[in-house]
Design a protein around this ligand. Structure first.
Ligand SMILES: NC(=O)c1ccc[n+]([C@@H]2O[C@H](COP(=O)([O-])OP(=O)(O)OC[C@H]3O[C@@H](n4cnc5c(N)ncnc54)[C@H](O)[C@@H]3O)[C@@H](O)[C@H]2O)c1
Length: 389
């Protein structure tokens, strides 16, 4: 079998997932990386076990390498559209991190480019590979809690002040907002598990904590590393000079299949968890924990009692994000080899961005109901058909 040669754009931070794919003995090799911060290559090469790669600070040079079959794009959100389109036009298969882009139009341009060029497009929604999400999907699909009517998701982000208010994440021009940045995952999970997309959304959000913390100067580099001792949130230091994203986000979604859902995200809780409740016509499920040891509780009998009617206990799976990262990377390599379909359609990724964009629009304009623009039919058909015209 021909060796699959890979490039990684944005080798720092999330670029680590490129190294999960690097398995020369199995015919998959990372041969190049691009990053504007050349210091990031040191750690990345350690992650590759010391193997040498072509290094550049200009991603276009990497895309010119004919030998490269596929690229991971793990740069900040505002670059996904430009770099994703350039990679598709260069004929590379693309693993594009979530969120697909920071505007609906940007997502649509990416999908049009994939359609026009025929280059393969795969979206990095790794939560679709998380055991607890897969378990909840299995339970819902089994019918044990009847037909889903309502979904609630509470998202506690204990590391919010560390990770999202000290670097590019703190500005709308780089990520649009954190409802979109983080919530793209959860909105997609809600769409996937309920088998429907949102048709309209209303939102409320505010910035009430991190605008009051000590700032770094504009000429100091932001340090977004996590430290449990940064507590309570108002004691955070080194916050970005510009913060114009919300630290509390709430949206309510009307899905086209009649289901109603909400998603609530807070960046100053002491703990971190995504807690979903799916309520059907015959009961409800709820996850307790979303990585490592976690449980899915099923309540499907009426009456007072202290424990759920059924408890599914999930054992930890090796690998980051509850084993989801190695799993999604393997799935992408299979996709590049033509051995598997994309686990998430670009249409689904675009629709999660669309809810984030319109949710932010609603919360920034007095909570008005916003309608989600639909995806052009030829793109729906193309991606439903496995990216074949
Ligand atoms: N799916 C997940 O679980 C998950 C987790 C973390 C991050 N992400 C996504 O990964 C992306 C990166 O996030 P991060 O936290 O690693 O950010 P980061 O800022 O820590 O790292 C981004 C890297 O891209 C580099 N970069 C910046 N501009 C560049 C350019 N023009 N060309 C090449 N490289 C450039 C930076 O120097 C840095 O090394 C984001 O889109 C984020 O949403 C996804």
């Amino acid at each position: 079998m021909k060796e699959v040669k890979l490039g990684v754009v944005g080798v720092g931070g999330r670029g680590i997932i490129g190294s999960f794919a690097h398995k020369p003995k199995d015919g998959v090799r990372v041969v190049a990386g691009a990053d504007v911060n050349l210091e990031a290559f040191k750690k990345f090469k350690e992650q590759l076990g010391g193997d040498e790669i072509f290094e550049t600070d200009d991603y276009r040079k990497l895309l010119k390498m004919e030998e490269i079959d596929a690229v991971f794009i793990t740069s900040p959100d505002f670059l996904h559209e430009e770099q994703g389109i350039a990679a598709l036009e260069a004929g590379k298969a693309v693993y594009l991190e979530k969120p697909m882009a920071i505007s609906i139009e940007g997502c649509d341009r990416l999908m049009e480019t994939a359609y026009k060029t025929g280059s393969k497009l795969y979206l990095g929604h790794n939560m679709r590979h998380m055991p607890v999400i897969i378990k909840m999907k299995e339970i819902i699909d089994s019918g044990i809690i009847g037909k889903i009517q309502a979904v609630w998701c509470r998202h506690f982000i204990g590391y919010g002040g560390d990770a999202y208010f000290k670097d590019w994440h703190s500005e709308q021009k780089y990520c649009n907002g954190l409802l979109l940045q983080k919530g793209a995952h959860d909105i997609d999970v809600i769409h996937w598990l309920t088998n429907g997309y949102t048709k309209s959304v209303v939102g409320m959000g505010m910035l009430s904590i991190y605008d009051k913390c000590e700032r770094r100067s504009a000429d100091t580099r932001g340090d977004a590393s996590w430290h449990d001792e940064n507590w309570p949130p108002l004691s955070q230091k080194g916050i970005s000079p510009i913060v114009d994203v919300e630290d509390h986000n709430m949206i309510m979604m009307q899905l086209e299949n009649g289901i109603q859902a909400n998603y609530m995200q807070c960046h100053y809780t002491p703990d971190s968890e995504r807690n979903y409740t799916f309520i059907g016509t015959k009961g409800r499920i709820e996850n307790i924990g979303n990585e490592d040891e976690c449980e899915v509780h099923i309540w499907n009998q009426r009456g007072p009692r202290k424990t759920p009617d059924i408890i599914h206990k999930l054992k930890p799976v090796a690998g980051s994000h509850g084993g989801a990262d190695p799993s999604i990377v393997n799935s992408f390599v299979d996709f590049v080899r033509g051995e598997a379909d994309a686990k998430i359609s670009p249409v689904a990724a675009r629709n999660s961005v669309a809810v984030g964009v319109m949710g932010h629009k609603s919360m920034r304009s007095g909570g008005n109901l916003q309608t989600i623009p639909s995806v052009p039919q030829h793109l729906i058909d193309y991606f439903e058909n496995g990216q074949i015209k």
